[in-house]
Design a protein around this ligand. Structure first.
Ligand SMILES: C[S@@+](CC[C@H](N)C(=O)[O-])C[C@H]1O[C@@H](n2cnc3c(N)ncnc32)[C@H](O)[C@@H]1O
Length: 398
């Protein structure tokens, strides 16, 4: 059994006063119990207008394809608590389109929150001007609710991408499918299979929008000769796949993630400031600052690494694993992120995966790979020696 699943079984078994083996036996017959386990395993980190440039590019392409006031059918696959689906609906409305959005997730707990559509008031700060008044209404306890008109644009359904072999029942092909930050938990072969399935769910001329961690799965499988990278993938009328050249925004990602570096001095300074907030005990402020940075730099591995480290230090290991996986996908040569991912995985009982992360970190260290981090080069060199020693020790433990 997968380590995360094992841990979820232990937690749910403890909560219900059952032996883990009994719980597993019962779960085979009991749908509700299975769902409780799924709700425990999944991580739903998300926010409104995540990777805003990619969403805007997609909507721009849809306007070009459909004309103003066109009707569009969109699917947010792995929608978590609904922010992505509502962002799509709002962007489409602002562009004059008439959206119909299907939003699916395997976690019923996340879907309940999505349908409720109530969020903390501070989500408004990251939205474009005027949206708060247009698309939100006040709710109790300093919270806000998505306005009814936008709620009506979105339909939520339970759906497991791992079992999917067609669009969700009752839905035909989509003008665009959006699947972001979902597939890093799938074994690679399965993830590639899901990407193929999602492509089949796009109508001819439709788009598939993937997240930074999903994109390499796509590029790994589908040949494409165009030189420029774009997050938007088009399915042409013969249902062949090609990347669409960006028309409005510069590409926000490379086909394969570049090695991570803190090249941008301003970004580095803000990362250091967030890390100092954390060290000064202002954990919530540090997390808020990192979240904002991730907003602005969704493809920056150092941002996700720092975020993961803060979560790890706060004991929020499962969320930390999520952020560190994002960082690892964005930084294919990083040793620090693999080392930290290993220790987090170990703390949540995923021993085999932890070993594989440490082995990767060690291979990279031994081959002299650098790692993008906010530390000075000298400190990083010392850290490299320590991390290599720790990896060897951990791997020798057998
Ligand atoms: C990190 S959230 C991403 C949310 C949103 N797409 C975004 O990018 O902000 C990942 C979501 O994928 C969902 N998920 C994980 N495995 C899934 C599966 N097999 N089928 C459908 N959804 C899944 C999780 O429940 C979680 O809500």
């Amino acid at each position: 059994m997968h380590g995360g699943a094992e841990r979820a079984v232990l937690q749910v078994a403890r909560a219900r006063g059952l032996e883990p083996a009994d719980l597993v036996r019962r779960a085979e017959r009991d749908e509700q119990l299975r769902q409780d386990l799924v709700n425990h395993i999944t991580v739903g980190t998300t926010w409104f207008m995540r990777e805003r440039a990619a969403l805007a590019e997609l909507i721009g392409q849809l306007v070009d394809a459909k004309g103003p006031a066109g009707e569009v059918t969109l699917w947010s696959a792995g929608c978590s608590s609904g922010e992505e689906a509502y962002s799509l609906a709002m962007l489409a409305r602002v562009a004059g389109l008439k959206p119909r959005v299907l939003a699916t997730d395997v976690s019923t707990r996340s879907l309940r929150r999505a349908i409720e559509a109530v969020y903390p008031e501070d989500v408004l700060t990251s939205l474009p001007r005027g949206w708060a008044e247009e698309f939100f209404e006040p709710a109790a306890n300093d919270r806000v609710r998505i306005a009814a008109a936008i709620r009506r644009d979105v339909v939520f359904e339970v759906h497991n991408l791992a079992h999917a072999d067609g669009p969700p029942r009752g839905w035909q092909r989509f003008d665009a499918v959006v699947c972001r930050n979902v597939l890093m938990y799938f074994p690679k072969d399965k993830a590639v299979e899901v990407v193929r399935h999602l492509l089949r769910c796009c109508r001819g001329g439709g788009f598939l929008l993937l997240g930074p961690t999903e994109r390499p799965l796509f590029w790994a499988q589908i040949e494409d000769e165009s030189a420029s990278a774009s997050p938007v993938i088009e399915v042409d009328s013969q249902r062949r796949v090609r990347r669409k050249r960006p028309t409005r925004h510069p590409p926000s990602v490379q086909a394969s993630p570049p090695p991570a570096e803190v090249a941008d001095g301003a970004l580095a300074r803000r990362l250091i400031a967030a890390s100092q907030l954390f060290k000064g005990g202002r954990h919530t402020d540090a997390l808020a600052a990192l979240r904002e940075l991730a907003h602005e730099h969704p493809n920056s591995a150092p941002v996700h690494l720092e975020w993961g480290l803060c979560l790890k230090r706060m004991g929020r290991a499962r969320e930390a694993v999520h952020e560190l996986r994002v960082a690892a996908a964005l930084d294919p040569v990083g040793w620090l992120v693999e080392y930290q991912l290993g220790t987090c995985l170990e703390s949540i009982g995923e021993a085999a995966e932890a070993r594989s992360a440490w082995a990767k970190a060690l291979r990279r260290l031994e081959s002299g790979a650098r790692s993008g981090h906010i530390l000075e080069q000298e400190d990083l060199a010392m850290l490299a020696e320590t991390v290599a020693r720790l990896c060897r020790m951990k791997l020798a433990r057998g």
